[in-house]
Design a protein around this ligand. Structure first.
Ligand SMILES: Cc1ncc(COP(=O)(O)O)c(C=O)c1O
Length: 366
């Protein structure tokens, strides 16, 4: 029986009765750009995360850019982020005009290694953008402690961490501001592109609201040069419906992750990333590690099982960032992980039978 990597159709079937009228409402009201559906979602998501303001934007990448720009971080400034992330963590920094500085990650969690921060600081460093990779919150306390000593800002790239918790607080509420992506495949995914910025600061929130809409508070009065990075009304409506299900979906993901861990423990040389005791991950991805990654990937694909690699090339070795001068050996852990990691099917609607099927195929391989 084939098992897809992700099954968005199955999720839609389970919420069709709520989604269709919500989309219909937006179409009938013609509030396509921002509007009441987006405002409603912003309030709901801010309350869910425990943060004062949520500003809906067009993507997770623009969320990073606007968050940094609102804090006046730009040309001549450096922002530290993790080498093993989706390229957008760095791109968001670049689009703000600043320079990304990539640090290596911990082998145990795949998240930023706080011990490497000191060596990455320069007089140009303005902020640290922490990525909660695969939906497992990074260990924020040591990072914030180091940053405070230097009066640096700490932001979260929570693009993969909707609903995840660190010491009882939601990801996105752990530092000086955060960005989310609602790309369709995320735990909280739109039916198109969307993102959000979260902040407790009233004036930063106001600036981001202006930046996302051509620098204006009032139509056709432009106070600053901004962008068109508004969230669509339809996405706001879809996200409000889905937010009601997020906790239940994350619970199911955690259950599937538990099963994978149980069934695959001790199989071949497979091993897993740690979930820190103070964290509750949302299992955006379930990632295993093996020296035989490429052969296992081929075997699973032949068996009809969808898999992925997140990510095959660390950011410092991407051609797009050749100008930063990164070279092999700069981030040895991220480089090693990129050759060993494999993401297995993971979504709330996975059935027990499908999880068994995946585990059986992995066991067959070894
Ligand atoms: C860690 C991380 N940061 C940023 C982004 C960018 O989000 P978007 O694709 O919505 O621009 C993503 C999306 O995949 C991501 O995974």
């Amino acid at each position: 029986m084939p098992v897809p990597f992700l099954d968005l159709r199955a999720q839609y079937e389970s919420i069709k009765g709520e989604i269709n009228p919500a989309i219909q409402n937006v179409i009938e009201s013609s509030a396509f750009a921002l509007g009441p559906a987006v405002e409603h979602f912003e309030k709901q998501f801010a309350a869910y995360c425990g943060v004062k303001h949520c500003i809906g934007v067009s993507s997770g990448t623009s969320a990073i850019t606007l968050l940094l720009k609102a804090h006046k971080i730009g040309p001549g400034d450096e922002v530290i982020t993790a080498a093993n992330s989706f390229l957008a963590s760095a791109e968001g920094i670049t689009h703000a005009g600043a320079t990304p500085v990539l640090v290596d990650v911990l082998e145990s969690t795949g998240n930023m290694d706080p011990a490497l921060l000191e060596a990455a600081f320069t007089p140009k460093t303005k902020a640290i953008l922490v990525v909660h990779l695969y939906g497992q919150p990074a260990d924020m306390d040591p990072i914030i402690m180091i940053a405070k000593k230097r009066k640096l800002l700490v932001f979260e790239d929570a693009a993969q961490a909707h609903g995840a918790k660190y010491k009882g607080k939601r990801a996105g509420a752990l530092a000086d501001g955060s960005s989310f992506s609602f790309y369709a495949g995320k735990n909280l995914g739109a039916y198109g592109e969307a993102g959000a910025v979260l902040t407790n600061d009233d004036s930063i929130a106001e600036t981001i609201r202006m930046l996302r809409e051509h620098g204006s508070k009032k139509k056709y009065e432009h106070e600053i040069i901004g962008f068109n990075e508004r969230m669509d009304g339809i996405q706001g409506a879809v996200l409000s419906v889905k937010l009601r299900h997020l906790d239940a979906w994350n619970t199911l993901r955690r259950k599937h992750a538990g099963r994978y861990r149980e069934k695959l423990k001790g199989v071949g040389d497979l091993h897993f990333f740690e979930e820190l005791p103070e964290c509750e991950g949302n299992y955006h991805l379930f990632v295993v590690r093996t020296a035989k990654r490429d052969a296992l990937k081929t075997h699973l694909e032949k068996a009809g099982i969808g898999v992925g690699i997140h990510y095959p090339i660390p950011i410092h070795l991407q051609k797009a960032y050749a100008s930063l001068g990164g070279k092999k050996g700069d981030c040895p852990v991220a480089e090693k992980l990129s050759k060993e990691i494999l993401s297995l099917p993971m979504y709330a609607e996975l059935t027990e039978k499908q999880v068994e099927e995946v585990c059986g195929a992995v066991q067959d391989f070894f």
